[in-house]
Design a protein around this ligand. Structure first.
Ligand SMILES: Nc1ncnc2c1ncn2[C@@H]1O[C@H](COP(=O)(O)OP(=O)(O)OP(=O)(O)O)[C@@H](O)[C@H]1O
Ligand SMILES: [Mg+2]
Length: 509
């Protein structure tokens, strides 16, 4: 028996009602390596990981998984069992209890006991040991709510490692992280590797595979199509395996012709609604033209999302400034008023604001657009169905039917539903807050094409993005935010990564 492998998938097949999520998947993971898995939205990555972590126990799939030389045979309380065996997972969405401390979260449900009572000293001492062992920089007593996303993720990792993990699975760990936090995570993974822990790493940011992994497996339509040493791969090769064809360019060429200014924001200042001593916006100036894409760049916490929410009347208390839409000044006091005036938003938080998870895809897409379909006496179901079908098709939402519930979709496909929903309407100004987060390369391209189409029809688009490549690839101009104010607006001749970063960090002004 070959002891080089900690995990071997042998002909693993998983069927959901109407969806064959995994088809005959076979590949191996070497002891101590960092193994990347990539694939388009819905390719089956998370499903395969859920088999390892016990969400889908033995008997709910076909084929075999060999873990450390023995068949993985997880039964009833399988998630617990997987953890005890040494398989730990950090999910796409965080799972911490915000009101509890770091230590309480790490040992939740497994608190060390002293007789009947919880041994708090041991709990915090053990937490501290794990944190310092793996160089995770978080205070054990801090309440989780007070931590940023990056630190919360470290707590998730500490929790996963608290059971002597042999294999750690990270399913899209960086989709909500800033560049500095990603850097820190890469360091953490190197430390784990030095301790002999095997990592499985899933991401849609393809460059990350080249920073950290030893080998990568590409999945397509539920199949593992290739496993290869990272040094023999390139972004182009990965993309070709993922989508099954050549993709020459990542950003479609549009034929945008920016015209007159339709949206103009002057010296906007606003207070934190919960703390009137804190200014969240401190002098924001920009304008957008009809048919233009204005990119907004800035670090996490620079006020980009606060700006959007304030424009929609849903966040900051405006104390100064003017917002003009066309020649009219507007003062939206709610999202409803903003939408009525002609603004539209693809929000950042897909779970919180964008989707009704327990409704069908069809209902979610057509929800904000019902008046388009309202006939004289009844909603025209055929028109609704047709428009939603077209939208789902152009973004390749992977689903057996539009009647499927959104909660059964893969993470990236949920994001596509949010976008479809807003692209069906034709606003004067469309604001997109990190529109391609968690979305695969093929679908990103489709989203960019739709943005071009809308701009060519005369919609003014504001695109907030954390990916500089995307900002540079898709914008006509770039506004850079730094600590609540607009540092500068750059033309594409002036804009490059260094210039944007120095403005965003406040080094240049
Ligand atoms: N509980 C479920 N019920 C029905 N179908 C499901 C369920 N979970 C996943 N699926 C389907 O199985 C397929 C694979 O989904 P999975 O979540 O594994 O994709 P993924 O590769 O992780 O995608 P993403 O990159 O978007 O996260 C998708 O078509 C998805 O809709
Ligand atoms: Mg997934």
């Amino acid at each position: 028996m070959d002891n080089d492998f900690i995990l071997e998938f042998k002909n693993v097949t998983k069927q959901f009602p109407g969806v064959l999520a995994l088809k005959d998947v076979s590949f191996d993971i070497r002891r101590g390596e960092i193994h990347g898995i990539c694939g388009e939205n819905g390719a089956g990555k998370s499903t395969l990981m859920k088999i390892l972590s016990g969400v889908y126990p033995h008997g709910t799939y076909e084929g075999r998984v060999i873990f450390d030389g023995e068949e993985l045979n997880l039964g009833e309380s399988s998630i617990r069992e997987a953890g005890e065996k040494g398989i730990a997972i950090v999910y796409q969405e965080l799972t911490l209890v915000p009101t509890m401390s770091v230590g309480e979260n790490v040992y939740l449900g497994r608190e060390p006991l002293d007789g009947q009572a919880i041994n708090w000293n041991k709990l915090y001492a053990d937490t501290k040991k794990i944190l310092s062992n793996y160089e995770l920089d978080v205070p054990p007593h801090e309440i989780v709510r007070n931590l940023g996303v990056g630190k919360m993720q470290m707590v998730e990792i500490a929790k996963a490692l608290s059971e002597n993990a042999k294999v750690l699975i990270l399913d899209e760990p960086t989709s909500a992280l800033s560049e500095a936090e990603v850097e820190k995570l890469m360091d953490i993974l190197k430390t784990l590797k030095a301790h002999g822990i095997t990592c499985i790493y899933i991401t849609h940011r393809l460059e990350e595979f080249f920073r950290i992994t030893d080998r990568v497996t590409v999945m397509r339509d539920g199949k593992a199509v290739v496993t290869e040493a990272t040094e023999n791969l390139s972004v182009e090769k990965l993309v070709r395996h993922m989508v099954g064809r050549e993709m020459k360019e990542r950003f479609p060429k549009g034929n945008r012709k920016p015209a007159e200014v339709v949206f103009d924001v002057k010296d906007l200042q606003a207070l934190d609604p919960n703390d009137s001593n804190r200014k969240v916006l401190n002098g924001v100036n920009f304008d957008v033209r009809r048919g233009e894409i204005l990119g907004i760049a800035g670090l996490m916490g620079s006020g980009r999302t606060e700006l959007v929410m304030t424009l929609f009347g849903e966040y900051g208390k405006v104390i100064n400034g003017k917002i003009k839409l066309g020649d009219k000044e507007i003062k939206p006091r709610s999202a409803r008023e903003a939408i009525d005036a002609g603004l539209s938003l693809v929000p950042e938080d897909r779970k919180g604001m964008g989707l009704v998870l327990i409704q069908s895809i069809l209902k979610n897409i057509s929800l904000p657009n019902l008046d388009q379909f309202a006939g004289l006496f009844r909603i025209d179901v055929d028109a609704e169905l047709k428009a939603s079908m077209q939208q789902a098709k152009s973004l390749t939402i992977k689903t057996p039917s539009l009647e499927a519930l959104v909660e059964t979709l893969s993470g990236g496909n949920q994001q596509k539903v949010v976008i479809s929903k807003w692209l069906l309407s034709t606003p004067i100004v469309l604001i997109m807050d990190d529109p391609t987060r968690g979305v695969d390369v093929g679908a990103k391209y489709e989203i960019y094409k739709l943005m071009n189409d809308l701009a060519e029809k005369g919609v003014a688009i504001i695109m907030i993005s954390s990916e500089l490549e995307e900002v540079l690839g898709m914008s006509d101009r770039v506004m850079v935010m730094c600590r609540g104010h607009s540092a500068a607006t750059l033309s594409m001749q002036e804009a490059n990564e260094e210039r944007i970063m120095s403005l965003a960090t406040g080094i240049a002004s």
